[in-house]
Ligand binder design. Structure first.
Ligand code: CMP
Length: 147
């Protein structure tokens, strides 16, 4: 059914924003942009957004990367939006994406396993948490019947 997910165009892909948004709005994906914000994340916001990774060796580097420039935060809706957006992104590692999913967004716009062009929530629960964090002015729970 209708679902919401959180997407984020990362600093490395912002210079190709038009092309990334064209991929995102492809008819077959059936994703609609319900909200968007252009912002530069603070270190505190980045640490909150990625708190599930705080024990990972790459956490500091991830926070530095994601705060290095503006990002576009998006609230996407559509049937199976979480899975469809993850599918469109391809594997986390852009190099892997280029071999296993050459038409994916990370294959086309990403660099490596960290600098990978865009983010997508990995579950409905993560989507709810990330949307609440990045769109605090919205009462997300009140607007997302599938959550
Ligand atoms: P994202 O889908 O936003 O979720 C967590 C991010 O951490 C991921 O994309 C990458 O940018 C980064 N990441 C994941 N795994 C690694 C890794 N092994 N080394 C460095 N960065 C990583």
């Amino acid at each position: 059914g209708r679902q919401s997910t959180f997407a984020m165009i990362k600093p490395d892909a912002m210079s190709q924003l038009g092309s990334v948004l064209s991929e995102l709005t492809e008819q077959r994906l059936k994703l609609r942009i319900a909200g968007l914000r252009l912002l530069q994340l603070t270190t505190a916001q980045a640490r909150h957004l990625y708190n599930e990774h705080q024990e990972r060796p790459f956490f500091k580097s991830l926070v530095a990367y994601i705060t290095s420039g503006p990002v576009l935060a998006l609230h996407l809706t559509g049937p199976g939006a979480v899975g469809r957006w993850r599918e469109a992104l391809g594997p986390t590692d852009s190099a892997v994406a280029r071999t296993s999913a050459p038409n994916s967004i990370r294959a086309k716009f990403g660099t490596d396993k960290q600098i990978n062009a865009a983010h997508g929530s990995d579950s409905v629960a993560a989507a709810h948490r990330e949307l609440s964090l990045m769109f605090p002015e919205w009462d997300v729970s009140d607007r997302l019947p599938s959550l």
